[in-house]
Design a protein around this ligand. Structure first.
Ligand SMILES: [Zn+2]
Length: 551
């Protein structure tokens, strides 16, 4: 097998603490799914890994508010997320949970290797403490004002300027649990000496010429400021226990969620292989095999973890390969007609929830629109009126219309079969030449993670199909020049086939229906097959509308 015949793709682990909105989907899950579908269609062996991050602080906060256990919270949201992903056709090979015993064991083993390799250091430290609740307040258990940008921030990270926070440096800190002003108390933690890896990280990142500029620049910029060693343990009861039973300081401590969460990708890979009847250890065939590129798809808020801390962890552990690319999208904002863009927010009613959308919306128009506005280089805005307009003009009016008119014409005048091509026609040959090259050209865009550009090429093919149909006017050719008419329809049906195959990564439900009209079996739908026309005589199914208009 060649170097890129196997691909490992991961999508960011959502906190098992809430429903998913279109910003989450457009940020990492849809791009990851699109790329994974393309790789499968191109005949590569793909593992597409995701799961819920059950140890995130929000789950314990929700549990406190609702008076239930964190386990109950994560189970409920994990199931809701699975439903949302399925409804949108986001098809992971596995959707695991970081609260499994297998994950605890894998994280502890990873921790111990990093420890043995000399990258952990135990330190006495000061931490905010909520005397009313009787617990320490790491990370998101504290809110306050960001010392860098002056906006409101959480104890671990500022969502406005993206900077890491030291909770002790927050201005006017408050406990997220009781709202009280926290005290400063002493405790002990293990620090990850990622500062020791600065040089190695810089060298590795600087060589990543194919990465998106915002990701590479952000990571290199952080390195320029200098990496601080980072506490990777917490005084909490929910999480993976620190595996140092001989050390009394480790009692009552768990691993920092950002230490254990990315290891989840590895655990879930092992879980998946076990499900498929292989030994768990076979995860190494993917994670420790330099022939397999690893692609992490994430949102912009996770760049610091995936482009710096996780690679540093992998370097410190020493037996894993490093990610081939960290594909990050910016945030998707929200914009009502006539209003300013704003951040998606639950409380302000500016989030479009997937479960609500799917109640009466179809998945493919949303997938199409989110790829169209993909925030690949900068933040973009979700505009409900724009979604409706593009669905009606581009999907119904162009893509769906072309397939419908072609199949309807073939049904009526060619006995519902692919006609034998008649005489050669220069314009039809031009289309054929384009179709021969197109799968490769779209593939190049996809492999460079320019998904919007790749989808644009597929939509352009539908436009080309309509232009060709209009220009050839088969309804006239039928009477005046039947041989030419047969060539026209044969060519249009080839375009329909190419649209069915090449749209699969972007609009899988539509692709499935369109391929059904042509009677294409699974084996006939491989990416490269889009280049070859349908054989004459193949019976065609009846065309049904592929999309519904949005009012
Ligand atoms: Zn800030």
């Amino acid at each position: 097998m060649g170097p890129h015949d196997r691909v490992l793709i991961t999508a960011a682990l959502p906190y098992a603490n809430g429903n998913l909105h279109v910003g989450h989907i457009g940020g990492s899950y849809l791009p990851a799914d699109t790329y994974a579908r393309y790789c499968r269609s191109a005949g590569r062996e793909v593992l597409f890994i995701c799961g819920s991050d059950d140890h995130g602080v929000p789950a314990t906060l929700t549990a406190r508010t609702e008076g239930c256990t964190p386990r109950e919270v994560v189970t409920r949201y994990h199931e809701a997320q699975v439903k949302d992903f399925q409804g949108l056709g986001i098809r992971f090979d596995i959707y695991g949970s970081t609260s499994s015993p297998q994950h605890a064991a894998a994280s502890q083993e990873f921790f111990l290797r990093v420890h043995r390799n000399g990258f952990l250091e135990k330190r006495r430290t000061k931490q905010l403490y909520d005397a009313q609740a009787g617990i320490f307040l790491p990370d998101r258990y504290v809110t306050g004002t960001c010392p860098f940008c002056g906006q409101s921030a959480l104890g671990d990270q500022c969502e406005h300027c993206g900077k890491d926070q030291d909770a002790l440096e927050l201005i006017a800190p408050r406990s997220a649990i009781t709202g009280s002003v926290p005290q400063v108390r002493e405790t002990t933690h293990w620090y990850f000496r990622q500062d020791l890896l600065e040089g190695k990280l810089r060298e590795w990142l600087a060589a990543k010429e194919s990465w998106r500029a915002p990701v590479q620049n952000f990571a290199l910029g952080m390195l320029k400021q200098g990496l601080k060693s980072r506490a990777i343990t917490r005084d909490l009861s929910w999480g993976v226990p620190v595996p140092l039973p001989e050390d009394p300081d480790a009692e009552g401590k768990v691993l920092y969620v950002w230490f254990d969460a990315p290891i989840g990708y590895v655990t879930f890979t092992a879980d998946l292989l076990e499900e498929r009847g292989q030994a768990r250890e076979r995860y190494a065939d993917w994670w420790k095999n330099p022939e397999v590129p690893i692609y992490h798809f994430i949102g912009e808020d996770n760049i610091v973890f995936h482009a710096l801390m996780w690679p540093a962890m992998l370097m410190a552990e020493g037996t894993f390969q490093l990610p081939a690319n960290v594909v990050a999208n910016c945030f998707v904002n929200f914009q009502f007609p006539g209003h300013d863009e704003e951040k998606m927010s639950k409380s302000r009613g500016t989030a479009v929830w997937i479960h609500e959308y799917l109640r009466d919306g179809d998945p493919d128009p949303l997938r199409y629109y989110l790829t169209f506005i993909a925030p690949e280089a900068q933040r973009t805005a979700f505009k409900p009126d724009d979604l409706a307009r593009r669905t009606n003009d581009e999907l119904v009016g162009t893509f769906g219309n072309f397939i419908h008119r072609t199949l309807t014409f073939a049904a009526r005048y060619f006995d519902g079969k692919v006609p034998e091509p008649g005489i050669p026609v220069a314009e039809a040959e031009e289309v054929q030449t384009h179709l021969k090259a197109l799968p490769r050209l779209v593939g190049v865009e996809l492999d460079a993670f320019r998904l919007k550009s790749a989808m644009g090429m597929v939509m352009d093919l539908a436009r080309m199909g309509n232009r060709f149909f209009d220009y050839q006017a088969p309804w006239k050719q039928r009477k005046e020049d039947p041989a030419r008419c047969a060539t026209t329809l044969h060519t249009c049906l080839h375009i329909v086939k190419a649209l069915a195959i090449l749209s699969e990564p972007f609009m899988p439900f539509t692709s499935e229906k369109a391929a059904g009209f042509l009677g294409l079996s699974a084996g006939e739908r491989g990416w490269a097959a889009a280049a070859t026309p349908l054989e004459a005589g193949r019976p065609l199914g009846a065309a049904e509308p592929l999309f519904r208009k949005i009012e």
